[in-house]
Design a protein around this ligand. Structure first.
Ligand code: ZN
Ligand code: ZN
Ligand code: ZN
Length: 549
């Protein structure tokens, strides 16, 4: 009753109808003006029409820290009649006529929620290649399989975790001690830093990163050559007899050098469904890997800056046969653990987030919030990147990745399922695909989507972070109660973290991936790609996004 009276009063007189009303109105404006940016944004958000539905959307993205907003529609029509609309969704009824979808960033430092999901998908991808499942036959578990860690060589002495290098009297040409004698905790910022920056081979380090991908390719070729020798077949014929399938994850060590952890499997020439020939045993695989890792080298284009060089893997090599299904889950968890790390988290002395984005100017190198070692690595990329003979290495574009321009996760075509397939499966779990035969001739799915915007305002970011934290707590609780959790990756990422009910447009998530914004969204409209295609085509190629931006 009171409210009505006040309304009538305001309508007749307005805020300037009396001195007291005007004072109250201006005081209100003053209070608003006195608020900080975030507080003012919170006021705005609190008054936003459709706030509840917006919160629901953000929940559905798992509290994604940098969602992509899309506008458009998806319509499924009966292919036979072309008439009956089986299912349709449009953003017309959504707040701001837009829908939030995940950013799908791999790095936990950029988006905790998407990073978690990516790690879970990597877990399933690796494990399916080891133990079968997700459309891969269980027979792969009996194929010869090995776990391999390939390292970069030494580029100079660095402080080590635990008992560091023994203290010595001698000094290097720069007058720095060649030993340390201390014991370093894992958290010690000295770990990974060189004992003498003058002695450290920064050029070698950066060039090695720039050629690590080529080195890996040559390595797998050489594994084939070794197998050919054992099997008594020619080098060109060996791929018609046996197939080497692999998934590898790149991990930065504290010193800033990349490691490769890989699962390598031998199949018949037709892939995972076929056993390799009898002579291709686990022992033969381990031996072929060991010998290939020691043998391969890549020559670097000659330059006046450093002369000639050949790059090889480090002497530290770990190869072991995987012979029990028990270890499959652990192995998958082990690899999945690495994918969420950003360079700045792994590399010692790199300030948080300092290496998350591409550098565009030389001045940014000096301004990096990072140790001298990291700045020297980035600076070396910048300097070498200016040499005409090294243009093809794009060292400046990848300076924030310390010259490594490979992807975090790569796999051969036949190793396992793709991320796209896993996402499609997740959509199924959540009921976004009630039409089991979607993609067949009977159903025509038309999608019209365009990019609207991305990211959160300050207040929105707070809300999203709260949602992400709640979901993480929920997961932790669920993990304590449920068996089957391995290495921080859950068994079934499809069931937790989303609130989609049947009919909700989760398929949008499959049409346009946040991580693929440049190609997925710039085009504006994409029509009916099959869901299984996901956002990247599978193949002997990257399956994850790059270490850099
Ligand atoms: Zn995200
Ligand atoms: Zn030390
Ligand atoms: Zn020195």
């Amino acid at each position: 009753m009171t409210a009505v009276i006040v309304d009538v009063d305001r309508a007749s007189s307005g805020p300037f109808g009396s001195v007291s009303a005007r004072r109250a109105y201006l005081a209100g404006l003053d209070r608003l003006a006195g608020l900080g940016t975030v507080e003012r944004d919170l006021v705005r958000l609190g008054q936003m029409p459709g706030l509840a539905r917006w919160v629901e959307q953000v929940k559905a993205t798992g509290g994604c820290a940098h969602p992509v907003y899309l506008s458009g529609s998806t319509t499924a029509v009966d292919g036979a009649t072309g008439e009956v609309v089986l299912r349709s969704y449009s953003t017309r009824g959504e707040p701001g006529e837009r829908l939030a979808v995940r950013c799908r960033n791999r790095r936990a430092s950029r988006c905790a929620s998407c990073s978690y999901q990516y790690a879970g998908d990597t877990f399933h991808l690796v494990r399916a290649g080891l133990a079968g499942g997700k459309g891969i036959g269980a027979g792969v578990a009996s194929h010869p399989r090995a776990f391999v860690t390939l390292t970069a060589p030494s580029f100079g002495r660095v402080h080590r975790e635990g008992v560091c290098r023994p203290a010595r009297r001698d000094v290097c040409v720069h007058g720095a001690p060649v030993g340390c004698g201390r014991v370093h905790e894992a958290s010690d910022p000295l770990v990974g830093q060189p004992l003498c920056a003058g002695c450290y081979d920064y050029t070698g380090h950066v060039l090695w990163h720039a050629h690590a991908g080529v080195l890996w390719t040559r390595f797998t070729d050489t594994v084939y050559h070794r197998l050919a020798r054992v099997g008594g077949v020619g080098r060109s014929a060996v791929r018609r007899v046996v197939r080497v399938s692999a998934v590898k994850v790149a991990e930065y060590q504290r010193r800033g050098a990349v490691h490769f952890h890989a699962v390598i499997r031998l199949d018949g020439p037709d892939g995972p469904g076929q056993a390799p020939p009898g002579w291709a045993s686990a022992g033969v695989l381990v031996e072929a890997v060991r010998s290939a890792a020691g043998a391969v080298s890549v020559p670097v284009p000659e330059s006046a800056a450093y002369g000639t060089r050949a790059l090889r893997f480090g002497a530290q090599l770990d190869v072991r046969a995987l012979d029990s299904a028990l270890t499959d889950g652990q192995m998958a968890g082990y690899l999945a653990k690495y994918v969420g790390k950003s360079v700045s988290v792994s590399v010692g002395g790199a300030g948080a987030g300092s290496l998350d984005r591409r550098l565009v100017a030389a001045g940014q190198v000096r301004a990096l919030r990072a140790s001298t070692h990291v700045r020297a690595l980035v600076g070396t990329c910048w300097r070498l990147g200016g040499l005409p003979e090294l243009q093809h290495l794009r060292l400046r574009a990848w300076a924030h990745a310390l010259g490594y321009r490979g992807h975090c996760v790569t796999k051969t075509r036949a190793y396992s399922v793709t991320y796209g397939l896993l996402r499609a499966e997740r959509a199924d779990h959540m009921g976004a695909r009630p039409l089991a035969e979607a993609g067949s001739d009977a159903v025509v799915v038309e999608r019209r989507w365009r990019y609207v915007s991305s990211g959160h305002s300050p207040a929105e970011a707070l809300v999203a972070a709260g949602i992400a934290a709640d979901l993480a707590t929920e997961r932790d609780l669920a993990r304590d109660l449920r068996p089957g959790w391995v290495g921080g990756a859950r068994r079934d990422p499809g069931r937790v973290g989303g609130s989609w009910s049947p009919g909700r447009p989760l398929d949008v998530d499959l049409v346009v991936g946040g991580g693929d914004r440049a190609t997925g969204l710039a085009g504006g409209v994409r029509r009916g790609p099959s869901r299984a295609e996901g956002r990247r085509s599978p193949g002997d190629d990257p399956v994850g996004d790059r270490h850099g931006g």
